[in-house]
Design a protein around this ligand. Structure first.
Ligand SMILES: Cc1cc2nc3c(=O)[nH]c(=O)nc-3n(C[C@H](O)[C@H](O)[C@H](O)COP(=O)(O)O)c2cc1C
Length: 201
């Protein structure tokens, strides 16, 4: 698809795999975040950015947003402006910026709200469109500082005791046993969104 680009930041390959599936489906280029130039953002109408979730943060999101900070702000305001023309579909934003986050415990609403709260913290970003995809966790591949992050995460979850949420319980179980929840069919809403070029509710 012309005018479309997929950008990803991935530590263990899951977000990269989804980015490649989406690009294959939309027949558009796919780039690792470090290879992206400002012009890639300016020249494409549809920009899809995805990253793996580590300790609640979407990998690479700050760097991605810094690429063209001023324009991003304007595009987001334009896309989510509550003016009547936009609501009636008379006005189309010049850019579609769509995010996807890949994690292993992002199914429930609370986990998604928490993730949005942490990653889309600026006023102009609050309504950012984000899709949540299931990734994988292979304990034997976790390296360096991530091992510490994981043991702190497990400690934090255990300290919740009876207050532990369902999503935290799942995260703990999946970290302990490993899991592979990757599924190509999960890209469908993103692909449909870009093909349809209509903002989501
Ligand atoms: C250090 C670390 C922290 C993680 N924290 C979370 C988390 O907070 N929530 C979650 O759903 N998954 C978490 N995960 C699981 C990853 O999101 C999952 O493995 C994902 O597939 C990683 O994407 P990537 O392979 O593109 O890096 C964590 C994984 C690691 C290694």
């Amino acid at each position: 698809m012309q005018d479309t680009i997929v950008i990803y930041k991935s530590k263990y390959g899951a977000a990269e795999q989804y980015a490649r599936w989406i690009a294959e489906e939309l027949q558009c280029p796919v780039l690792e975040l470090d290879q992206v130039k400002k012009s890639d953002i300016l020249e494409n109408r549809n920009i899809i950015f995805g990253g793996g979730v580590h300790a609640g943060g979407i990998e690479g999101i700050d760097k991605f947003l810094k690429l063209t900070k001023k324009q991003f702000k304007n595009w987001f305001y334009a896309a989510h402006d509550s003016n009547a023309d936009f609501q009636l579909g008379l006005y189309k934003p010049t850019k579609n910026i769509v995010f996807f986050a890949v994690g292993i415990s992002l199914r429930d609403q609370q986990a998604r709200e928490d993730l949005r709260y942490v990653n889309f913290d600026k006023k102009w970003l609050r309504q950012a469109e984000c899709y949540f995809l299931d990734g994988r966790y292979e304990p034997e591949k976790v390296k360096g500082g991530d091992k510490t992050v994981i043991s702190l995460t497990l400690k934090m979850i255990d300290s919740m005791g009876s207050q532990m949420t369902e999503s935290q319980r799942l995260l703990k179980e999946r970290i302990k046993n490993g899991c592979d929840l990757m599924d190509r069919s999960q890209i469908k809403p993103i692909v449909d969104r870009i093909r349809g070029d209509q903002p989501q509710e």
